[in-house]
Write a new protein. Structure first.
Lengths: 206, 288, 129
């Protein structure tokens, strides 16, 4: 009846990966993927990232490096990624923040410094990282940011996260922020939503 | 069962936003009843109240709650000819493209992973035998893999109840199954021998690599449950397991947009599928 | 406004509150609204069902607004010619030119008041403002 055949079983030979700096982009892609399994993987990945982060680097290899670093998920692997938040290259910045978002607990020790970074874009991107942290810590860090932050779009990023994770203790900071940016219709709207959600609930009947 | 207080509009938005960000499934106030039911079910099962406490519990993913919550929103039943629009796409469009890409005599390879208890790979085989004119002249290999070896053992046995066969016409059941006891049918031997089953964890390259290169991969309703890091690795493994120009089909509520920029999106009449760019393409996620 | 009920707007922004802010204003004006949080998802949604107009944030991570627009304009009709209103934090003429050459039809700078947004959308849809 059928011509759908059951094949002889086949296991393709496994290929030893060369060091991740050499070779075609295919080879480099395979090598950086395997690096996470190697004991010297972190150093290899850090080197590979600085090579692929250059203008002639391969985006797919870069993406795989970030994935491998995210898999390692240690404060050290996060530390390799963090500097790329400052890159002039938007793709690198995006790759970095996506990698950090994929290893939230590894970022915990880095976050206070990131939220105080001199670069507003770094602060803005870093607000997202607070989302996956334990609520108390995340609320504290974001409220501290709101108290001192002068850039509107960084505040907006913090409010976006607090709209999901905000606890009652965040409300005073949100209210003060609303007063500072009373002229901005979107910030006003965001703060209203965030405070409503935190104060919520429907009709509590405990 | 205690009565769970209905969530406020803001609470609904907060949890729907969470679900949307994680899975791409978008629910609005219009679907309040549907979403509330599922929230209440989880809160009752856990004995947690009020909503704010449950939401914090969910976000912390305590005891795998995120997976359980997502489960409540996906159809978890497996049966033959599920999401048959993708099977139509396979026979109408995908295989034609793949055949053109192959050398004469080269085999087409299709992977169903995870395959659970085998309904999907057997469905693919039956569908092709019934609907693909070239099935008599083109060699096809179909492999079903799952992380659960009990599932793959059951799949190899090929026995199913009435519910699994509910979408198949009596003629198809008659043709491809033999009755084996009350309300149980077994896939006929020729068909059972046509599908190979194996174990595979798609987050482990060492396991996916053993299976070689495929033309089409069905990977439905599993990536949705993985965390970010695991999703990325799985997507890379699937990419690696595809021939350039090969296709991967996800579950119909799933999207590569949350997962990986490696694939191009292709729209066919019956389905949206994802394609590994042909050799020479950069594969940056945008289509073209 | 009976005419607006048939117009479908896709809002593309990574921030949920921004999408919510636009959605509220547009739904109140009678438009049908869908959302996407990145350009990849937006493209997929449009391939499944085209929209009448796009609102696109320039500064999105993963696939920034300009990259998305260029990708959109390479698609087959009718998706390729969907009008796009681009919203940016930058006000300079250079940025507006960049938006135009990426395929934007109109350009607004944040913060955009809700009524201003609705006015522009109405005009772009060929409706009374």
């Amino acid at each position: 009846m059928p011509l759908v055949r059951k094949p002889p079983s086949q296991a393709p030979a496994t290929v030893a990966s060369p060091a991740p700096i050499e070779g075609t982009s295919e080879q480099r892609w395979a090598a950086v993927r395997d690096a996470a399994e190697r004991p010297d993987g972190l150093a290899l990945l850090a080197d590979a990232l600085s090579r692929e982060g250059a203008r002639d680097g391969d985006p797919r290899v870069r993406e795989a490096i970030f994935t491998s670093l995210a898999r390692l998920a240690t404060p050290e692997s996060a530390a390799v990624v963090v500097p790329y938040l400052r890159s002039d290259d938007a793709n690198l910045r995006t790759g970095a923040i996506d990698a950090l978002r994929a290893m939230p607990l590894a970022c915990l020790s880095h976050l206070p410094a990131l939220l105080r970074d001199g670069d507003a874009d770094v602060r803005l991107l870093s607000c997202e990282l607070a989302r996956e942290l334990p609520d108390e810590e995340a609320n504290r860090l974001l409220c501290e940011l709101l108290e001192r932050e002068t850039e509107k779009n960084v505040c907006a990023a913090a409010i976006e996260v607090l709209a999901e994770i905000g606890r009652p203790e965040a409300v005073p900071s949100l209210v003060r922020c609303a007063e500072r940016f009373a002229g901005d219709p979107f910030i006003t709207f965001s703060l209203k939503v965030a405070t409503e959600r935190i104060a919520a609930p429907a009709r509590d009947r405990q | 069962m205690s009565e769970v207080e209905p969530v406020s509009p803001e609470e609904l938005r907060a949890i729907c936003e969470f679900l949307y960000r994680r899975t791409g499934m978008l629910f609005t106030e219009a679907k309040r009843y549907y979403v509330q039911r599922r929230i209440s079910d989880r809160m009752n099962a856990l004995g947690i109240a009020p909503f704010r406490t449950y939401f914090a519990y969910l976000r912390s993913d305590a005891d795998g709650e995120v997976e359980k919550f997502i489960n409540a929103f996906t159809i978890n039943e497996t049966y033959f000819y599920r999401e048959d629009h993708q099977l139509r796409c396979l026979s109408s469009d995908l295989l034609a493209e793949r055949v053109r890409a192959k050398r004469p005599g080269e085999m087409l390879r299709i992977w169903s992973v995870p395959c659970a208890t085998g309904e999907e790979p057997y469905s693919i085989a039956i569908w092709l035998l019934e609907n693909w004119p070239q099935v008599d002249v083109q060699d096809i290999e179909i492999i079903g893999s799952d992380i659960d070896t009990q599932c793959t053992a059951a799949a190899a046995e090929g026995e199913y109840g009435a519910r699994a066969l509910m979408r198949l016409s009596p003629q198809l059941v008659e043709k491809y199954f033999v009755p084996v006891g009350k309300d149980r049918w077994r896939v006929v031997p020729e068909l059972r021998q046509s599908v190979q089953f194996s174990s595979a964890n798609i987050t482990k390259a060492s396991e996916t690599r053993q299976h070689g290169i495929f033309d089409v991969i069905f990977c439905r309703n599993v990536l949705i449950y993985f965390d970010d890091a695991s999703r990325r690795v799985a997507a890379e493994n699937l990419f690696e397991a595809l021939a350039p120009g090969g296709f991967v089909c996800l579950g119909h509520t799933e999207s590569m947009s949350r997962i990986s920029p490696l694939f191009d999106v292709r729209r066919f009449r019956d389905a949206i599928v994802y394609q590994r760019p042909h050799a020479g393409g950069k594969g940056g996620g945008s289509n073209g | 406004m009976a005419e607006t009920a048939s117009k479908r707007i896709l809002v593309i922004d990574d921030a949920s509150l921004v999408r919510r802010y636009y959605r509220e204003a547009l739904e109140q004006a009678g438009f049908e609204v869908d959302e996407a949080l990145n350009g990849v998802e937006a493209l997929e949604k449009l391939l499944a069902e085209p929209a009448d107009l796009l609102i696109v944030d320039v500064n999105m991570p993963q696939m920034d607004g300009f990259t998305f627009l260029r990708s959109l304009r390479r698609q087959a009709a009718p998706i390729a010619s969907i009008p796009a209103l681009v919203i940016s934090t930058e006000a300079g003429p250079h940025d507006q030119r960049a938006a135009r050459s990426a395929g934007a039809n109109f350009y607004l700078v944040k913060p955009v008041a809700q009524d201003v947004l609705v006015q522009h959308v109405a005009i772009m849809c060929g409706l009374p403002a």
